[in-house]
Design a protein around this ligand. Structure first.
Ligand SMILES: *Cc1c(COP(=O)(O)O)cnc(C)c1O
Length: 467
């Protein structure tokens, strides 16, 4: 299996090289040269299988011969041994035909662990084989940072720099990052929004001399290894709820920021999984809802909400969906992204919009609707949900389905990560799991700086050991 860039001007590379690179040198995002296919029989056989077995089957085909089956087996087993629920992505019914898929049983209590725990191990393995060092640079809206730190903290030959928007992540999220006891982890609070932090990261990747000199790499959702690991739980959920016999599969409702998690659903569909629809649920930072409903992909100004991990105006992974919707036209994709870069908006042509709408639909929920959804779930089931899950549940409550199919809401964070919002909605404070308590009590370590890429570059250069 080889990987190509959505912008068509990068050489095809292996999964391992793609994993180490993150972003393609032409600025595009990597995708498999062709999608491996799973038959209905293979998918049906996933029912009842342990989650790590399905992960090996799905990821194995995307990885090709970059890692041996034994290596993949070992890394997946180790990755998921740190989860507190052995089912990894259990379904919990909260209404007739309505399910939560709980993705927050990993070390940092958000869904990012599901992929990052595997990515970290494969990354270390590939780096060791290749030799040399890597500098991981990530912008986080809250949960990617702590998941990356949990996965990469303490590893040899890897230096990790995590930028978060100062004051725009929850206190729990910040402490999970800044109390990490690893010498190779460097937190930077940027005075700006998540989009400002992400723009700095992108700009430093574009400084190719610098990027090459420090072996810069990305482990956020632009790294396809994350998408590969996240596609797995779409398979396990559909297999568990199926077979669907002609009904087309479940609806998934996905709380969306950077469009990585929901694109993992498209990846699963393109590998043969029957899915009725992927619902993109956004908070009031609704660029993706506007793009899919009105046909204009235009960045607004990011506003803080109760679901900070989705306070994103530029949904990087949308480039992958556009590339696929165009029939994999790399020249067209490159032009579209150039237009978006220059003008901050993009008009989607009717055929592209129609292609996107065959799999995606979108809804937004503001903070008031999110709080109401959290309260309703608590009232009807006694279950507490976090505000990101709340955004998606609000969308699910409003769905008018043409067919009676199961609706699966991706529950992306543990409620204890966002106690203030949960308390505001329900009057209850979620119980803090033991693994979170430690993070809340340690000393914090973080640099604060203005949102200027030169300052971030200077810090990286000051910290890296001279070679
Ligand atoms: C990152 C995150 C999201 C958004 O996922 P994307 O892949 O960026 O769309 C949703 N909920 C939580 C809790 C997150 O951490």
């Amino acid at each position: 299996m080889r990987y190509l860039s959505t912008r068509g001007a990068s050489p095809l590379i292996s999964f391992a090289d793609m994993l180490l690179a993150g972003l393609a040198p032409d600025g595009g995002l990597y995708l498999p040269e062709s999608w491996p296919q799973f038959s209905a029989t293979e998918i049906a056989a996933f029912k009842g299988k342990p989650y790590p077995d399905v992960a090996e089957a799905v990821m194995g085909r995307l990885i090709g011969d970059s890692f041996s089956p034994a290596e993949l087996h070992a890394d997946i087993a180790a990755a998921y041994s740190s989860f507190t629920d052995p089912r990894i992505a259990p379904l919990r019914q909260i209404g007739p035909d309505l399910y939560l898929m709980e993705l927050f049983h990993g070390p940092t209590l958000a869904f990012k662990d599901v992929a990052m725990q595997i990515l970290g191990r494969l990354f270390a393995r590939a780096l060791k084989r290749q030799g040399g060092r890597a500098t991981v640079l990530a912008a986080t809206s809250g949960d990617t940072g702590s998941a990356a730190i949990a996965a990469l903290g303490g590893l040899e030959n890897i230096e990790v720099f995590v930028l978060h928007p100062k004051g725009r992540v929850s206190e729990v999220q910040r402490r999970q990052m800044t109390t990490a006891p690893y010498a190779n982890v460097h937190n930077i609070a940027v005075e700006g929004t998540f989009d400002d932090a992400q723009a700095i990261v992108k700009a430093l990747f574009a400084e190719t001399d610098f990027a090459r000199a420090v072996s810069l790499t990305a482990v956020n959702s632009i790294n396809f290894a994350r998408i590969a690991a996240q596609a797995v739980y779409y398979f396990t959920a559909a297999a568990e709820l199926g077979p669907f016999e002609g009904k087309g599969g479940p609806v998934f409702v996905v709380p969306t920021g950077n469009f990585g998690d929901v694109f993992a659903g498209e990846a699963a569909m393109r590998m043969g999984l029957p899915v009725d629809k992927l619902w993109v649920a956004t908070n009031s930072n609704d660029i993706m809802a506007r793009a899919l409903n009105e046909g204009v992909y235009a960045a607004g100004k990011a506003q803080p909400t109760l679901s900070p991990s989705m306070d994103i105006q530029v949904a990087s992974n949308f480039e992958r969906a556009l590339f696929e919707a165009s029939g994999r036209d790399a020249n067209w994709t490159r032009e579209q992204m150039a237009t978006f870069g220059a003008e901050g908006s993009l008009v989607l042509s009717p055929p592209i919009l129609a292609a996107l709408r065959t799999r995606y639909a979108a809804a937004r929920a503001d903070d008031t609707e999110t709080l109401a959804a959290i309260a309703r779930v608590e009232r009807e089931t006694g279950q507490l949900i976090d505000p990101h899950t709340g955004v998606a549940v609000a969308a699910a409550f409003n769905l008018k389905l043409r067919k009676k199919v199961p609706v699966v809401v991706l529950s992306t964070a543990h409620p204890a990560k966002f106690p203030a919002a949960v308390n505001q909605a329900t009057g209850r404070i979620p119980e803090v799991p033991p693994r979170l308590k430690a993070a809340l009590e340690g000393d914090e370590n973080c640099s604060v700086m203005a949102a200027e890429k030169g300052l971030v570059r200077g810090l990286i250069e000051a910290i890296l050991p001279r070679s």
